[in-house]
Design a protein around this ligand. Structure first.
Ligand code: BYC
Length: 471
């Protein structure tokens, strides 16, 4: 069964109607989700939004677009098609049939991975809830809401797994996913980056570029999981995730493009007074979002990740394309480390270094964005360039959590860091300046002065389409 059934209260392609107990449990979680959405979701009142909704889990034509009141969005449960012959691709169980149920010995670890993944989804909606008030255009506003409803759907994806496969504990964890809140003192979200604010649209574009991209890589590793329902869920989530990547990549493109344009027109680097974001401020935001996103990959060495891999719970990025034994019991890897107090590398067992392996794939992907943005500067005839800071810069998790380093990887004392960090991370003055530019533009076809319009609209619609009807 691939086509979601929309006649049901909870649209799904998992045959929910045939499992009355599960259906009832999820139907009783549904009102809690909706009241969470109303109290913690987007604050800007709207009549309807031009949203895409999944109607199939396969290739072309998998989604339909139309104006929908957000509260009526059909959040549902969609898994990619099952391959009955699928076998485990790595770890101690390599070659065995993929699991349709949770093996008792891995229950706790699997539940933990699913809870961590699930926790990030509503967290990002909470972080972004006030952005509608300052949207630079209706096109951007629509993209924000699309990302938000799909993060809500990704929460549904994890809650389905918790309810369907983890019994009472799973149901309790599903309830907790709506109780923890981003930035809360008493019950914060689990991972650091998801308790940071997303107070302005430059932060939003950086977040969707760098932090959503961690999501892409983590989902890619969970898609390899021996636990087939998790694998199939993540496969479909990755399809939706591509739009979130596009929002981040082209969002930063458009900020850089507009800044470059004003720099060239006025023959100056000092563009703040001209109402656009200076390149050094863009670099500081990049430094911040990149470094907190590097933390999301966990420690450079981790016994957790070695155990996840050996058990078959979490694979590597593009596991099946790797040319090795997919067990890694005799392999080693160089990982970033502090060696005699110096920023350096050390050799460890490949299994314990798997967070580093994934972080490296991610870093290579991130450098693609920087290349794009530098091409925009180059084409404008400007000599300035953006860059990714060193892996040791501003880290709070892993080998470099206990030290400070500059963006070029020079080790700093605590007092040097305190004195210089304002050159590299957004200061209160930078944040206040960026916020001062954030005035909403809700007129069709109009856009704020600090960002260039997009090259293309959504689903073939023009930029001046009525993407959102405000209330
Ligand atoms: N903040 O052994 P280690 C997304 C904890 S984003 C706070 O190195 P491990 C999305 C860690 O739990 C993708 N704590 O960690 C994006 C451990 O605690 P215990 C989300 C942290 O387990 C945008 C201890 O430190 N999905 O989808 O190897 C919008 C030692 O750590 C942090 C996943 O992350 C941190 N940053 O790796 C919407 C996938 N990092 O055991 C959505 C599931 C580590 O000592 N999660 N700790 O109590 C995992 O795969 C892993 O748990 C992690 C950590 C990669 C997060």
């Amino acid at each position: 069964m691939t086509r979601p059934d929309y006649a049901e209260k909870i649209p799904n392609n998992v045959g929910l109607a045939e499992d009355r107990r599960l259906q009832r449990a999820l139907e009783s979680w549904q009102p809690d989700f909706l009241s969470w959405w109303e109290s913690m979701g987007p604050t800007l009142p709207t009549q309807d939004v031009y949203l895409r909704t999944a109607i199939d889990v396969r290739g072309e034509g998998w989604a339909t677009f139309g104006h929908v009141p957000m509260i009526d969005y059909r959040w549902g449960i969609f898994l990619a098609d099952r391959n009955a012959d699928r076998r485990i691709a790595f770890g101690a169980h390599k070659g065995e049939p993929a699991w349709q149920k949770v093996p008792g010995e891995y229950r706790a670890e699997l539940q933990r991975l699913i809870v961590i993944q699930g926790d990030t989804e509503p967290a990002s909606v909470e972080q972004q809830r006030n952005l509608g008030a300052t949207a630079p255009s209706l096109y951007d506003l629509r993209n924000l809401f699309q990302v938000n409803v799909e993060e809500g759907r990704h929460l549904w994806a994890m809650v389905y797994l918790l309810h369907a496969y983890f019994g009472r504990e799973g149901r309790e964890e599903a309830a907790e996913l709506l109780h923890r809140n981003s930035g809360s003192q008493d019950s914060p979200r689990i991972l650091g980056a998801f308790n940071e604010e997303t107070p302005d649209w430059l932060s939003f574009f950086m977040f969707t570029y760098f932090t959503d991209r961690d999501g892409k890589y983590q989902l890619g590793t969970l898609k390899e999981s021996a636990f087939d329902p998790l694998s199939r869920t993540c496969e479909f989530m990755l399809k939706e995730e591509a739009h979130h990547m596009m929002v981040g990549t082209t969002g930063v493109d458009r900020v850089v493009e507009r800044t470059a344009q004003v720099m060239v027109e006025n023959d100056t680097d000092d563009v703040a007074a001209l109402g656009v974001i200076p390149l050094p401020v863009i670099q500081k935001y990049l430094n911040f979002h990149y470094s907190v996103s590097l933390d999301l990959f966990g420690g450079e060495t981790s016994t957790n990740v070695a155990n996840y891999y050996t058990a078959g719970l979490k694979g590597r990025w593009l596991e099946e394309r790797r040319k090795d034994d997919h067990q890694l019991t005799n392999d080693s890897i160089m990982v970033d480390a502090l060696v005699d107090g110096e920023i350096s590398q050390t050799e460890v067992m490949a299994l314990t270094g798997l967070n580093t392996d994934l972080r490296r794939e991610y870093i290579a992907d991130c450098s693609g964005g920087v290349k794009r943005w530098n091409r925009i500067l180059d084409e404008a005839g400007l000599p300035q360039r953006l860059y990714l800071p060193h892996v040791a810069f501003n880290r709070r998790v892993g080998a470099f959590a206990s030290i400070e380093a500059s963006p070029s990887g020079e080790r700093l004392t605590a007092s040097e860091w305190e004195a210089r960090k304002g050159q590299w991370l957004p200061t209160d003055t930078d944040k206040t300046f960026v916020r001062s530019l954030m005035r909403p533009v809700y007129e069709r076809g109009k856009i704020a002065a600090w960002v260039a319009p997009p090259r293309n609209g959504i689903n073939g619609q023009p930029f001046d389409y009525d993407y959102v009807h405000l209330a």
